[in-house]
Write a protein that binds this ligand. Structure first.
Ligand code: ADP
Length: 571
């Protein structure tokens, strides 16, 4: 049998092909083997890296624990101490201690968190917070430092900025604190001004635009972009006496990035720098208990306050604030201007805010000069100083003092208490001028309609001092009922009452009783606005008293209308 050459040829080819395949398989096998080796090497590297990472994480968490434990002691004990009986001054110091400890915790956390930032693992909290508090707490920590350097620390929150936002207050506080701290560090005179304004508002968020402006050494143009990089400091242009880690701005910019914002700086060497940043935050609902911070407060509404400060920014801040409380602010840039205002204004002031350092006098000299002005000078004063608390402040001149930066909550409490106290003092003084025998001279049947129990008590006591025993009810309906049983000469009628208000009751009385047979009705109103008098007179009331009721006014009104009663009766 002759071998089929074609077949041999085909088999030979098949052998070659199998050989080739074998070679390829061998190469693949080698590759697999190589790969396995590589893989085990890589695994080893990975496990080493993981181990290193774990050690680093363990170290960080151990450090974090070691540092946090004593810090918690500081913070916790401070809180406990805050709950004990303290003088307002101690409370204030302790509050600052608490905020400082909190901020220190924040810094430590930052250092520990820096690795997180590097690996993009830093996340933000989302809680509702009060922006004003956030800014004030950021400033609190550095206030003393600013005072020590003689630099004014001011801030202004535009009234249209939503008061409550949702976001990470601690991180925001840290960013503001960092910029303020830098600003103080690099400024030797002048002022540091922090402002917050509203930017774009959409359904999802409200953009807040912040700026921190200083009048310090400034930053050279070529360094402006570098300062936001980690571990960068302007050593070459500012010597190392300033200290710092060089991490602050890098962290701040990163945090702002997480808040969908931007951060940048503008600067003129020798003149100062402004750091700008924005943040997009959700608007939170405003808790009703804190509404007063922005709303108009009955006790303060229409109160007139004189603000004397040479610094335009400060005056503006006060004006915006007082306006938002419904007060009327009058500004003066110097002692001379203040004195002119008091002389020219055809009315009184309920409060005066005077800065210690005025261009032409000290605040104390001005207060003294004003107090000497007859009839108009009896104004309660608050002294504002940028150099810490002034001891031995003459109590006959000033009712209180505040240091810059003025904190809103503190200002609010103080203004309320100073105005209330001044009113009490006036009441007491008026007390001495009371005609204790008025009821003998002018016997009258008086009915009081007032739904507020405290006010009722007040008027009853006051009447008693003049010898009158008056009847009282708490709504207009009851006034009509009482009139069926007794003939009254005078009714003191609160305008706003439940069930039947003062205006309705007055119309009803006018309908039911002919002129000459009805009592004189005197309105008591919380807000005597222009035009109110006409409205009351139109409704049939004869006069009005505005709250807070001044004792002297009541006596005057009684004398005026009591005499008419007696004249009508031919007495
Ligand atoms: P540090 O902790 O060193 O202050 P930062 O990152 O906060 O680090 O700041 C970096 C550098 O930017 C500072 O060392 C300083 O040179 C410069 N710088 C920051 N803020 C100001 C400022 N307000 N005025 C002048 N220079 C500033």
């Amino acid at each position: 049998m002759t071998p089929d050459l074609t077949e041999i040829y085909r088999l030979q080819k098949e052998i070659d092909r199998l050989n080739e395949e074998n070679q390829a398989l061998k190469a693949d096998f080698q590759k697999v083997q190589d790969f396995e080796a590589l893989k085990s090497g890589a695994d080893e590297i990975r496990s080493l890296a993981e181990k290193a990472n774990r050690i680093q994480t363990d170290f960080l968490s151990m450090m974090s624990h070691e540092i946090r434990t004593p810090m918690n002691g500081v913070v916790g004990m401070t809180s406990l101490l805050l709950d004990t009986k303290l003088t307002p001054e101690q409370h204030n110091y302790l509050e600052t201690l608490r905020v400082s400890a909190d901020n220190l915790m924040g810094i430590i956390n930052d250092i520990l968190d820096f690795s997180k930032i590097e690996s993009d693992k830093l996340t933000l909290d989302n809680n509702s917070f009060e922006l004003r508090r956030c800014i004030e707490e950021s400033l609190d920590v550095y206030a003393q430092k600013a005072i020590d350097k003689g630099v004014d620390l001011l801030y202004m929150l535009q009234p249209d900025v939503p008061p409550y936002l949702v976001g990470d207050m601690k991180r925001l506080r840290q960013v503001i604190g960092n910029l303020v701290n830098n600003a103080i560090k690099f400024t030797d005179e002048g002022e540091i001004f922090i402002s917050a304004e509203k930017g774009v508002e959409t359904k999802e968020y409200c953009e807040i635009l912040f700026s921190v402006k200083d009048s310090g050494i400034g930053i050279p143009r070529d360094k402006l972009s570098q300062i936001f990089e980690a571990f960068t400091q302007g050593e070459s242009f500012a010597n190392r006496r300033y200290g710092g880690t060089g991490l602050g701005l890098a962290i701040a910019r990163h945090i702002i990035g997480l808040m969908d914002g931007r951060m940048w700086a503008e600067s003129t060497p020798g003149k100062g720098s402004t750091f700008y940043f924005s943040a997009k935050l959700k608007i939170a609902e405003t808790p009703t208990t804190k509404l007063y911070i922005r709303g108009q407060i009955p006790e303060l509404r229409n109160n007139r306050v004189l603000v004397v400060d040479s610094d335009q920014t400060t005056r503006q801040i006060f004006s915006v604030q007082f306006d938002s409380w419904g007060m009327k602010a009058f500004n003066a840039a110097s002692a001379k201007e203040a004195l002119q205002t008091i002389h020219s204004e055809d009315t009184y002031f309920d409060l005066g805010i005077i800065d210690m350092q005025l261009p032409d006098m000290t605040g104390i000299e001005l207060a003294k000069a004003i107090k000497e002005i007859p009839f108009k000078g009896d104004i309660p004063f608050v002294l504002i100083s940028s150099v810490g608390k002034i001891s031995n402040l003459p109590p006959e001149l000033f009712d209180a003092q505040l240091t810059k930066p003025v904190k809103l909550a503190e200002l609010f409490d103080l203004v309320l208490s100073v105005i209330a106290e001044a009113r009490n003092k006036k009441k007491l003084e008026a007390d001495h001028n009371f005609d204790k025998k008025l009821s003998d001279k002018l016997p009258l049947n008086i009915l009081l309609a007032e739904d507020n129990y405290t006010n009722q008590e007040l008027v009853i006591t006051l009447m008693r001092k003049m010898g009158y025993n008056i009847d009282s009810v708490d709504n207009g309906r009851k006034v009509l009922d009482m009139m069926e049983t007794k003939k009254y000469d005078i009714i003191l009628m609160d305008v706003q009452m439940p069930i039947m208000n003062g205006m309705e009751a007055t119309s009803a009385i006018n309908e039911q009783y002919p002129e000459g047979e009805r009592p004189y009705i005197i309105a008591i109103t919380a807000n005597a606005m222009p035009g109110d008098r006409e409205r009351f007179l139109e409704a049939g009331m004869v006069d009005y008293l505005s709250k807070p009721i001044r004792f002297k006014d009541v006596q005057e009104v009684l004398v005026r209308w009591g005499r008419k009663v007696h004249a009508n009766n031919g007495l």
